[in-house]
Write a new protein. Sequence first.
Length: 136
Amino acid sequence: MTVEVNLAISAVEDGARPSARFSYFPLQAVHKGVQVITCYLKYVIDPYKVAEFERYSKMWIPLVRKLGGQHHGYFLPSEGANNIAIALFTFPSLAKYEEYRKASFKDAECQAAFRYAEETRCVVSCERSFMRPVFE
């Protein structure tokens, strides 16, 4: 079972209605040799600014989609560490991710999101890794 499937299942189990934000690259495409890349972002956030970080998160979900990716959500502190948040989003390839990064520096809405994080200082640091899914 993949992270994507687990997310969709947990949303339904928690009583939330799945929405368009729970759309993913088809599993069949990955099984047929189409390789996708998932960006894993680990944020260290200010634990006194979780609300600001949540607003920042909600700004980025539609922007990733707008620029060609599929966002799998942000995961904010609940139990345990109160200053760690995670985000996952997928692109068809690393090249497509690089196109997204370049476009984000030119997009007015992305620039507003960058400014918001800088002004509120809700993000202390961010660590980016790239993962490839393994299904079987």
